[in-house]
Ligand binder design. Structure first.
Ligand code: IVH
Length: 687
């Protein structure tokens, strides 16, 4: 292809991909499959690589990130970014509305919006192209984070149509959808990393990351709330949303009541009361309601105070808190030895659920809030998975109360706890002998994303441990049916299944085995990277710090953790025992990514297959960059159906509009690309 042809094709692909992206992320109405989208994107990526001078900063390929920002430049806002005056009482809102009515002639219309709890952003578009995205900063000057903002799929890089102002700023809030936040924490938990406490701070931290690829992976979203330009083609705030929508932005949805109009204080209060009750059903966090005067002329009449406009006000919800007695502080020991203090509470109703336990995070938190057993404490629910204690009602403190003494020894094994410099958490250093750590590691080892051992769950692990049948993951491979039969509630068939499941797990790939070992900070993705780079466990064990950090995305922390793991003789012994039992400790010829054809796609495999076994199909999915998931949800990309797939599953896939593909469709998906499922016997064996 010559340069001219390439330019034309790049332009065409860019246009098409922007359009598909818009349909998917803004309209939620895709017209092509994800697979077809990926093919187009890959084609564009390839062309851009071959003709770098033709690559555009707003290319759809920028969505996946890759650009690194060394230093976020300071940029002055063309229109200052003001803040809203806040109020916490309905009386304040009534007073504000009365003031507005006094100052402005005629009928006043109000626009009611959600107050998104995220990070404010101002994005500049010139001639229909995104040119700059800047944080609020001090309101006058912010920091430019354009490369990171380009990865947020619902923010258009090129606008739709041609009715937009030539040069304008649009502002909104970038936030973490709760589902994506929970998924991030699940990944961190699997990797033995500390969990993020709340979606807003994590969104803020993510946006300041220098690597836009990381931002892309996290799945932030954005909703817009105002447009700024010298001459706007409308004179009412509410109309700005329908225009912005037509230009390609994701505007709040009136059908879902995310935005509404009101003519009086009753209408305003209805909206506030509705969301005070329903805010926990939203897929993102809000911390209040914003009320704005609709008409721009009336806004001008009202003007501003020093910091905020008089034509708008925020009503902030009180954080939903409950007061209850803290009966006892207990401690949990995680699989990495991390100690988490837990408040055991007198059960109390909070935001629709009964709360009995809340996190106390760490020793500093207990000391800072001076939390004591017997105190009455405030419990709040944020975006966190479990509620947290936010304060103590000192007026209710018993006279004989004593400050809480944080434990110095492990509650499970009695070892003296350690706390590394710069870390908030205490650890039990008895990795090899502390029961919850050992059991936690075995539970991780057998878990679905690791060795995925059928017929073995956490309760059985506990039974096996208590019966003295296992001391680490390697002991599992020595178990016989006769060993496990005497366990309580263990039937003949279950015992057979368990031993079979263990036997079958020997076929799991090296990258899964590596993840299963439970090396701190080595999550699923890192395990894949390390396995593919070093190819076998011996090379990984011998790798120096320099060699480790030279691998894409491996930093000092992971490198130190890997080295530390292999320095421990006991770990080396476990690895040797596992190897002797026949587990995979090297990448097989033909293993590893054979293509990126299924990159990021989630598959549910169901039913019986004719040409290949289920495990072979599953392995092929991973080898082409896809992911196997257990059950169908809105996040599933494809259901790969064999014969006898259950009718319920089929119905669910249809209800969620998820494509159901056959074995042959699948082979075509990966085989057509020359990546060889059919022509490479090692992936899916010849039968
Ligand atoms: S309007 C001059 N609308 O709340 C008014 N702000 O102090 C400009 N926020 O950090 C803001 N949701 O980022 C407006 N629907 C909404 C909002 C909203 C959240 C944030 C905004 C700013 C703070 C206002």
């Amino acid at each position: 292809m010559n340069t001219d042809e390439a330019r034309k094709r790049i332009q065409q692909l860019t246009k098409e991909l922007h359009q598909h992206n818009y349909r998917y992320y803004v309209l939620h109405d895709p017209s092509i499959s994800d697979y077809e989208f990926d093919l187009l994107l890959k084609e564009l990526e390839k062309l851009e690589e071959e003709h770098p001078h033709l690559a555009d900063p707003n290319s759809p390929t920028k969505r996946v990130g890759g650009d690194i920002t060394d230093k976020f430049e300071k940029v002055k806002h063309r229109f200052p970014m003001l803040s809203l005056s806040n109020s916490y009482s309905k009386e304040d809102i009534i007073e504000w509305e009365n003031r507005v009515k006094k100052q402005v002639e005629g009928q006043i219309e109000y626009v009611l919006e959600l107050k998104y709890d995220g990070v404010a952003i101002s994005i500049t578009y010139q001639n229909g192209e995104l040119v700059r995205a800047v944080t609020r900063g001090d309101g006058e000057t912010g920091e430019e984070i354009t490369a990171n903002v380009r990865t947020i799929r619902s923010i258009p890089l090129l606008l739709q149509g041609n009715e937009y102002p030539e040069d304008f700023d649009i502002r909104g809030e970038i936030f973490f959808p709760l589902e994506n936040f929970a998924a991030l924490n699940r990944r961190r938990e699997e990797a033995g990393e500390e969990l993020y406490a709340n979606p807003r701070n994590t969104a803020s931290g993510t946006l300041k990351n220098q690597d836009s690829r990381l931002v892309a992976e996290r799945g932030l979203d954005c909703l817009l709330y105002s447009v700024y330009a010298e001459n706007l083609p409308f004179d009412k705030h509410f109309e700005s949303f329908s225009h912005a929508k037509a230009w390609g932005f994701k505007a709040p949805d009136a059908d879902k009541k995310y935005i509404a109009k009101a003519m009086d204080i009753e209408g305003i209060m209805d909206f506030i009361n509705y969301w005070d009750e329903h805010r926990h059903t939203l897929p993102f966090e809000i911390d209040g309601i914003v009320i704005k005067v609709n008409d721009y002329n009336q806004q001008d009449e009202l003007g501003m105070t020093a910091k905020s406009p008089r034509w708008a006000i925020a009503y902030k919800f009180k954080a939903e808190a409950a007061l209850t007695r803290l009966n006892e502080i207990t401690y949990q020991v995680g699989r990495t030895g991390a100690i988490t203090p837990v408040a055991n509470l007198e059960p109390v109703l909070l935001a629709g659920t009964t709360v009995k336990r809340a996190s106390l995070h760490n020793a500093d938190q207990i000391e800072r809030l001076d939390i004591r057993e017997g105190d009455y404490v405030y419990v709040e629910k944020g975006g966190e998975i479990i509620p947290k204690v936010t304060g103590v009602e000192l007026g209710k403190r018993p006279a004989d109360s004593k400050p809480h003494a944080y434990i110095t020894e492990c509650p499970e094994c009695g070892s003296e706890l350690v706390r590394n410099e710069g870390e908030a958490q205490h650890y039990c250093p008895n990795t090899a002998g502390c029961p919850p750590q050992i059991m936690g590691r075995i539970e991780h080892f057998i878990s679905r994303k690791a060795m995925n051992i059928d017929g073995l769950g956490p309760e059985t692990v506990e039974q096996l441990w208590e019966a003295g049948l296992v001391e680490n993951s390697a002991s599992l491979y020595k178990l016989t049916k006769e060993d496990v039969l005497p366990l309580e509630r263990m039937a003949e068939r279950s015992a057979e299944k368990l031993v079979e499941g263990i036997e079958q797990s020997k076929a799991q790939s090296f990258e899964r085995v590596l993840f299963a070992l439970g090396i701190r900070y080595v999550g699923e993705t890192v395990a894949k990277k390390l396995a593919r780079h070093f190819k076998n466990i011996d090379a990984l064990r011998e790798a120096s710090h320099e060699e480790l950090v030279a691998v894409d995305e491996i930093g000092d922390r992971i490198a130190e953790s890997v080295i530390g793991y292999f320095e421990d003789e006991r770990n080396r012994q476990i690895v040797e025992n596992l190897r002797a039992s026949g587990l995979q400790f090297e990448i097989e010829e033909g293993e590893g990514p054979q293509s990126n054809a299924l990159e990021g796609k989630k598959f549910v495999v169901s039913g019986v297959f004719i040409k290949f076994s289920r495990n072979e199909i599953k392995a092929a999915i991973e080898q082409h960059g896809g992911q196997n998931v257990g059950s169908i949800s809105s996040k599933t990309d494809y259901v790969l159906a064999g014969e006898n797939m259950g009718p319920k599953k089929l119905q669910k896939a249809q209800d969620l509009n998820i494509p159901v593909i056959s074995e042959d469709d699948f082979i075509e998906m990966i085989g057509d690309r020359g990546s060889g499922i059919g022509d490479r016997g090692s992936v899916i064996g010849d039968r």
